[in-house]
Design a protein around this ligand. Structure first.
Ligand SMILES: *Cc1c(COP(=O)(O)O)cnc(C)c1O
Ligand code: SF4
Length: 348
């Protein structure tokens, strides 16, 4: 999440269908296609009473429900305030128009020298490796871009790779989306092999939520191409609450570390999910138990339909000050905002 360009994605919907026959699908791909996509089923499976249904259906019309079983299994039943459920349960409030909350808060389309590529920050280039996600998070700006679910084509990749080859100031390629790990290992192995051959690239970074919501995504095929590259590897996970980290997630993190990956995490500060010093402290502690260091704590992008998640800046600063009293410095995330046109994240 976070590093992404909806306008760009919308334009790049392309021609190359995933031709992997069903029978060859991996366990994670089966879990991905088996994710819950029906708001009624989501409410029923979690024993929510019927009063939640109309809101869930209304929100689903605006941005479809998507929740993998492995993520659902970590939620409490009968509790509409469960911090994991809050991230994925559509609410009637999503339909309210709130001044300042717009459909494209990041406006990144100006920085796209090749389709599927964003070069906005010095030395780092973002590649949109997959427009889809394994989970639909209600607070995400992606909610307004129900673009086609095709991966970028080889010719688009060729143009992006040509751009990377031509600019020796670029030392880091960041795979983003959507969720880049929603792409097949065949596609990712192809791409990373070509990145590997660009001698001025030093690092490969992957921004993903997949190892969290479907830990089986970290399988031998993924570890194969990841271990094979000479590039230094950083995986930035997206976890907002300690309850997201169960034993399967810890095991997935261990496998990634075994392949030489440095693990970081970014979170979004969300009302009703992690808006307390205790919740944020538990998250940092739990991340570290899983071998992951906190990286960014983002304030919410002002995206239409997500206003009910907002935590005002002043309160955000107070929370982080309270957190600093509790945690060692290395477990402190950096509180930041993404402002369109800026050449880095902006500290609060
Ligand atoms: C957030 C972002 C990055 C990465 O920024 P870091 O501060 O290095 O994590 C790179 N490119 C774009 C366009 C981004 O939005
Ligand atoms: S995983 Fe969630 S937060 Fe990240 S891009 Fe997808 S919908 Fe948005």
């Amino acid at each position: 999440m976070i590093t992404r360009s909806p306008a760009l994605l919308q334009r790049q919907a392309s021609s190359q269908p995933d031709v992997t026959p069903l029978i060859l699908r991996s366990a994670w791909q089966a879990q991905l296609s088996g994710a819950i996509r029906d708001p009624r089923e989501l409410c029923r499976r979690l024993d929510l009473d019927d009063s939640w249904l109309p809101g869930a259906e209304r929100g689903h019309e605006l941005f479809e429900v998507r929740v993998p079983e492995a993520f659902l299994a970590r939620m409490r039943h009968g509790d509409p305030n469960d911090p994991l459920l809050r991230q994925v349960l559509p609410l009637a409030a999503e339909g309210e128009a709130i001044p300042g909350y717009i459909t494209d808060p990041l406006a990144e389309a100006d920085h796209t020298p090749a389709r599927g590529l964003i070069h906005k920050y010095t030395g780092r280039v973002l590649l949109i490796a997959s427009p889809t996600c394994a989970v639909n998070c209600r607070y995400c700006f992606r909610r307004h871009f129900p673009y086609e679910q095709n991966a970028p084509s080889r010719s688009q990749w060729d143009a992006s790779l040509e751009y990377l080859r031509g600019d020796t100031t670029i030392s880091e390629a960041i795979l983003s989306g959507g969720d880049p790990l929603a792409a097949s290992d065949r596609q990712l192995a192809w791409l990373v092999e070509r990145l590997d051959a660009i001698s001025h690239l030093k690092r490969l970074r992957i921004h993903t939520r997949l190892p969290v919501v479907i830990p089986d995504r970290v399988d031998d095929a993924l570890l194969g191409w990841l271990s094979a590259t000479r590039l230094q590897k950083v995986v930035v996970l997206h976890i907002n609450h300690a309850n997201e980290i169960d034993e399967a997630v810890v095991a997935a993190c261990e496998r990634l570390k075994g392949a030489g990956v440095t693990l970081l995490n970014q979170s979004v500060l969300l009302r009703g999910v992690n808006d307390s010093v205790d919740a944020l402290a538990s998250l940092s502690e739990r991340l570290f138990e899983a071998g992951v260091l906190p990286y960014y704590l983002h304030v919410l992008d002002p995206v239409a339909g997500a206003a009910h998640f907002d935590v005002p800046d002043e309160e955000a600063r107070e929370l982080v000050a309270g957190l600093r009293e509790k945690l060692p410095g290395f477990l402190m995330p950096r509180l930041v905002r993404e402002i369109p046109g800026e050449t880095s994240k902006t500290p609060l």
